[in-house]
Design a protein. Structure first.
Lengths: 357, 518
């Protein structure tokens, strides 16, 4: 964990981007989509200078941290790129309804694209980023945060898009409302929620998650280490190396979901099954679960070593499936209901993280 | 009859083809100006099999010239990038993250303008004609000769790109225009980058196109000229003048397609063993599978169609060494110096070719010079080659069913007849000219790649309309309507977007109409 102020520099961005993609568990926007935000962050830093990252200990507990996140399809975002103004617009719109002034930026979802967004906002506004977020990974729903679990408010919430359209939402059932607005706004939108008192955010949130992303980025960019070694250095393990022999996708309910069958290349005639929605959620062998959400699952291209998102995983691909442990905050009985396999519609209980390699 | 020519980094190969028959083949050294090598190769064909120049109905050329120009940064035009999408996209202006050097060579003039569409076809903001006229004035002042126009979701609607081009060329009459919707895929930055690279190559493309026409006319050949594209289809010379970027990976594609053609197989793996590297690709419906990821060209991220080819540093010229921890084969190669440096040619370097001769797989040079080689060593090298190739083939494989493998290229003698997981190895005749033969296969294609909103009850309808659009594009590109078939359809629901938005890709291919050839 970062224990003193860290000035995040442009040359650290690629590493950080790799780290947040690993924390995306296959979702939250993959390597390709996160690349656009990495370029944006670098571009912003060239103009505004490095971003100050404060460790939880250094943050002023009486300050307020703005939360920012992208909602919608990263695939649409990489075509209709941001104006760069969306988060500021949202913050302004929000302040017309709620006068809480943000003195810092905090994370909402560290996994995937949303891991880099708050840093871009921090760079633009010249505010520090306080190293805490509400997921410690990527999840699809707004309410799947430890902030929510602690009863911290998500509303009012401002939602904006590049052309300057904005809406401030203050209602129950914010998830459905925000998604309806997002579709009308063109497939993705930026959200800023009511700033959180830093003392509350640090108590309820997952602290040190950006430092974790930097650490993972460092480990996974070391191509000289084997995947197995990198997985172990990350506190996880290599589940299997396999070839994708079947990808089945369907679009029912709120989000697309799918099943992937991998023929293992590291063990004779064995198969591993992955269940995915936005993220990889469950890994099974012979019908028995091996790894379950909220523990993380990443697929890495066996040749390039790059993470492969759920959307980009293709028939015929050879991937290493790596499991990483969930942030400990999720693995408590009162928390699991939001993020365990049942929360995603699978008839499975959470299986405590253990190395089954 | 027609002529297929492959201009590689080292050799220029040419074949004279009639129907499915190869009448003559010829290999010459590639020349710096490209055209001299082509003239020599065509002359070589004349010598091998005399033909009436007027009987040649088409000439197809595959060349790496344009990609080399980008890598070396030569012959590139002063280029501007005009993007239509404001107020969106401003956070990532054109040329963001480009290598400084390449950006400087082409001027790096970027313009952000209004325009663009949403994924569902709504307009982001209308085109601003005055804004574009101001851009035109600036472009003219800066001496920019070529422009890349990219509009947000132009794959859903390309009208803004075309309208902007009209406004710009009305002000700057000789401006060369490249459209992003004709070049790349979803992903604005990568598509824009590919379009900029294309724009920077337009002047060179004009020169090369003129040079090629002249060199063939000088031979009395008046037939239409085509260039092969990355996906294995052809474009005519007029199209090539506009889209040089589409030739970037035509080399490996042509080898794959040529191998498939020679073997008569549509579903197979093709292994092209050259002097330094071995390329392995999979053919589905006679076409190489496409790479799923973005492609870096000289440090720039792009997303145009490229074949999915695995390349390993193993070929006929690979240097063989016995090291402490075992045997090492390649990746270094004696390359074109094989005829001087290999043992069988009296040299002092042990190469993979020497091993093949010692094993009796090949009859090249003087076998007596490799008689002394240890049998165990020879077998070990061959096992190693076999294992490496089996691994690559398995990586490309998409189903556990036995897979036929077509072997082409000068170094293919190295590969034994039995490889694990392979149902049969086919070594077609003329295999050393697979690349030129691949160029000579006269097919053209059309592609659709965009986001469709798919109502569950109308799924088939939407997919059919995507297929039809791909077919129409193939016909527009010159395919004979009755020969067009769909070679690929893919549908991926977009993550995190409720509703039924899916990215659909469809690709169609047909035989080139040659009846009206002069």
């Amino acid at each position: 964990m970062v224990t003193r102020m860290h000035l995040l520099q442009p040359d650290e961005v690629d590493r950080l981007a790799l780290g947040v993609v690993m924390l995306g568990s296959g979702g939250g926007g993959g390597e390709h989509e996160t690349h656009a935000f990495a370029a944006m962050l670098r571009h912003e830093m060239r103009q505004s200078g490095p971003v100050t990252v404060l460790s939880p200990e250094e943050a002023d507990p009486d300050g307020y941290g703005a939360r920012v996140g992208l909602i919608g399809a990263p695939t649409v975002m990489i075509e209709k790129l941001p104006s760069g103004q969306e988060a500021e617009d949202a913050l302004k719109a929000l302040q017309a309804h709620d006068s809480t002034e943000a003195t810092a930026v905090v994370g909402w979802e560290v996994g995937g694209c949303n891991g880099l967004l708050p840093l871009i906002l921090a760079a633009r506004l010249g505010l520090p980023y306080v190293d805490v977020d509400g997921m410690g990974r990527a999840f699809p729903r707004i309410d799947q945060t430890t902030y929510d679990a602690a009863g911290l408010p998500t509303t009012p919430l401002a939602i904006t898009e590049p052309s300057g359209n904005r809406a401030v939402l203050d209602a129950t059932g914010i998830e459905k409302l925000a998604r309806t607005v997002m579709v009308d706004f063109g497939g993705w939108a930026m959200m800023v929620a009511k700033p959180l008192k830093l003392a509350d955010a640090l108590k309820a949130g997952i602290t040190g998650s950006l430092a974790r992303a930097l650490e993972l980025g460092e480990i996974w960019s070391q191509q000289t280490l084997s995947v197995d070694e990198r997985a172990k250095a990350s506190g996880g393990f290599l589940v299997a190396r396999g070839k994708v022999v079947e990808v089945w996708r369907e679009s029912v309910g709120d989000f697309p979901r799918g099943t992937v069958a991998l023929r293992r290349l590291d063990a004779g005639d064995a198969y591993v099954r992955l269940e995915m929605q936005g993220e990889y959620l469950v890994a099974l062998a012979d019908g028995e679960p091996l790894v379950t959400t909220p523990d993380l699952l990443c697929c890495l291209d066996a040749e390039s070593g790059k993470p492969v998102s759920t959307e980009r995983l293709r028939f015929g691909a050879i991937v290493d499936v790596v499991a990483l442990p969930s942030p400990p905050q999720w693995v408590r009985e009162e928390m699991l209901g939001r993020v365990d396999p049942r929360a995603f519609g699978y008839d499975l209980d959470y299986l405590p993280f253990r190395d089954v390699s | 009859m027609h002529i297929g020519i492959d201009v590689g980094g080292t050799n220029t190969d040419a074949v004279l083809v009639e129907g499915r028959r190869v009448l003559a083949e010829c290999k010459k050294t590639t020349t710096a100006d490209v055209t001299t090598g082509i003239i020599e190769a065509v002359n070589g064909l004349q010598t091998a099999h005399e033909f009436e120049p007027a009987a040649v109905k088409a000439v197809m050329i595959g060349t790496t010239h344009f990609v080399n120009a980008v890598v070396e940064g030569r012959g590139l035009a002063q280029t501007a990038a005009v993007r239509l999408g404001l107020p969106a996209t401003k956070a990532l202006p054109p040329f963001v993250d480009w290598p400084q050097r390449l950006r400087q060579v082409i001027g790096g003039h970027g313009y952000l303008c209004h325009g663009g569409h949403e994924y569902d076809g709504r307009v982001i903001s209308p085109l601003d004609e005055d804004e574009l006229r101001r851009v035109a004035v600036d472009i003219a002042e800066k001496g920019v000769r070529s422009v890349a126009i990219s509009s947000v979701f132009s794959l859903v609607n390309g009208d803004f790109e075309r309208q902007a081009a009209e406004i710009l060329t009305a002000e700057v009459p000789h401006l060369l225009v490249s459209f992003s919707h004709e070049i790349g895929r979803l992903g604005l930055l990568e598509r824009e980058n590919a379009t900029i690279i294309n724009a920077a190559l337009r002047e060179l493309a004009e020169q090369i196109a003129d040079g090629l026409t002249e060199s063939l006319t000088a031979q009395g050949i008046d037939a239409p000229l085509f260039l092969s594209q990355n996906d294995g289809t052809l474009m005519d010379l007029e199209y090539a003048r506009c889209y040089p970027v589409a030739t970037f990976s035509s080399g490996p594609t042509n080898s794959m397609r040529g191998g498939a053609f020679l073997s008569g197989l549509d579903e197979c793996a093709v292994i092209d063993v050259g002097g330094t590297t071995t390329d392995v690709g999979m053919l589905h419906n006679g076409f190489p599978r496409e790479a799923a990821s973005e492609v870096m060209i000289s440090g720039v991220r792009t997303n145009f169609r490229m074949p999915d080819v695995l390349s390993i540093g193993l070929g006929g010229g690979s240097v063989v060494r016995e090291e402490k921890d075992g045997l090492a084969i390649g990746p270094d190669s004696v390359g074109y110096k094989l005829a001087q440096q290999a043992l069988v040619f009296g040299g002092d370097t042990l190469t993979a070719t020497d091993i093949a001769v010692a094993a009796g797989l090949a009859d090249i040079g003087d076998p007596a010079r490799v008689k002394h080689l240890d049998r165990t060593l020879v077998n070990e090298v061959l096992d190693h080659v076999c294992e490496q190739i089996a691994t690559q083939v398995d990586r490309m494989r998409t189903s556990p069913a036995p897979l036929p493998v077509v072997l082409v290229g000068g170094g293919s003698v190295l590969v034994p007849d039995e490889v694990e997981g392979v149902s049969g190895i086919i070594r077609p005749e003329h295999h050393a000219f697979a690349n030129a033969i691949g160029a000579a296969i006269a097919q053209v294609g059309g592609e659709v790649d965009r986001v469709f909103t798919i109502d569950p009850n109308r799924r088939d309808e939407v997919l059919d309309s995507a297929r039809q659009e791909a077919v129409d594009k193939a016909v527009a590109a010159g395919a004979r309507a009755d020969s067009v078939r769909i070679v690929e359809v893919e549908e991926i629901p977009l993550a995190y977007l409720p509703g039924n938005a899916s990215r659909v890709r469809a690709r169609a291919v047909g035989d080139l109409v040659l009846e009206d050839a002069r």
